[in-house]
Design a protein around this ligand. Structure first.
Ligand SMILES: Nc1nc2c(c(=O)[nH]1)N[C@H]1C(S)=C(S)[C@@H](COP(=O)(O)O)O[C@H]1N2
Ligand SMILES: [Mo]
Length: 320
């Protein structure tokens, strides 16, 4: 296999033919591109190994097994121009334009609460502590569409291990940036801001629970939740909270944005479940973006072999 050191990679090789990142935004942080090379992120993607260290090897294996169907990836154009990100717009086609120019450096992620070692991570330090690797996951929106996305990311567990959750910690709460000057739709009250989400601690520690920092081998575009967002492939897309600034370990089940908005429609667990319909529509089928016709929706979005064990003994119609 051809092995190149990061410094040997010409920028023409790093930049994909379809330029999807706003070039100006991308160049704004010179440190940004440098840090990507520094983590070896692009290097691993270009060499196609997708593996960085023994630490993340098990998670990588799990991720690859989860994509054994070999499904076609959704196009970069669709992934970056059909978005739910209500902080910028409630119109999926308008988010990319409204989010272009969103500045994500400097950026910190505070990890606090019931932990032995609370810490405020600078995003560039975090990306070195937890190098990203390619992880291809289906994303199923509760609205009835789905995509297959080649993320760059690492297991959330890797970050949580850094702060050492105490035995009292039972849940993890996530918080998106709140800054109406940068996220213009936060000037409206379509949702309670900031956007918040939550996982049970064992869900958060599952190797498939991912913090994504990129997609298609590049930094995460603003519209997809730059600089860092959650990806929980077996749950509906709204659990995958974007542009995270705070992660808090707690001993209570956290409130979540969509549950506050409509408690009858969006539960805390929100596992993909074709047998539990949304009160206003069926969840049995989905439209894969870029395809004609409908597919059957799979329990746990097809990740049941990996994730179903988390819910042994639970009634998933009650805990929807
Ligand atoms: N902060 C925040 N995170 C969010 C959302 C949002 O509006 N705000 N939308 C969610 C929904 S409904 C979905 S389907 C996914 C969409 O992610 P994508 O645009 O990268 O495909 O992001 C989720 N994360
Ligand atoms: Mo969604």
């Amino acid at each position: 296999m051809l092995v190149k050191e990061p410094q040997d990679i010409k920028s023409s090789e790093i930049t994909p033919k379809e330029v999807y990142l706003n070039r100006r935004t991308f160049m704004k942080g010179a440190a940004l591109a440098a840090s990507a090379a520094g983590t070896g992120l692009l290097y691993r993607v270009l060499t196609g190994t997708g593996k960085s260290s023994t630490n993340s090897e098990a998670a990588t294996e799990t991720a690859q097994a989860a994509n054994s169907s070999g499904e076609k990836l959704t196009s970069l154009q669709d992934i970056t121009h059909y978005n739910n990100f209500y902080e910028f717009s409630t119109s999926k086609g308008a988010v990319a334009g409204k989010a272009a120019g969103f500045v994500t450096r400097p950026w910190t992620v505070a990890v606090e609460g019931l932990v032995g070692k609370p810490r405020i991570f600078d995003i560039d330090d975090l990306m070195k502590i937890a190098p990203s690797e390619e992880r291809i996951y289906r994303l199923r929106c509760v609205e009835g569409w789905s995509m297959v996305i080649p993320w760059l990311g690492f297991s959330l567990a890797k970050l949580l291990d850094q702060v050492q959750p105490t035995s009292a910690a039972k849940y993890v709460e996530f918080v998106t940036l709140q800054d109406p000057s940068r996220m213009p739709n936060q000037n409206t009250d379509v949702l309670d801001w900031p956007y918040i989400e939550g996982l049970r601690l064992d869900e958060a520690m599952h190797p498939l629970a991912t913090l994504a920092t990129g997609l298609y081998g590049e930094m995460l575009p603003p519209q997809n939740g730059a600089p860092i967002r959650l990806v929980v492939p077996w749950k509906y897309g709204f659990k995958s909270i974007k542009s995270i600034v705070k992660i808090r370990l707690v001993d209570y089940q956290p409130s979540t944005t969509w549950n506050i908005y409509a408690p009858r429609e969006y539960g805390f667990y929100s596992n993909v479940n074709p047998k539990v319909n949304h009160p206003r529509w069926s969840q049995a089928k989905e439209r894969r973006i870029g395809e004609f016709g409908l597919r059957d929706t799979l329990p746990f979005n097809g990740y049941g072999d990996e994730a179903a064990r988390l819910y042994d003994g639970m009634d998933l119609k009650v805990n929807f």
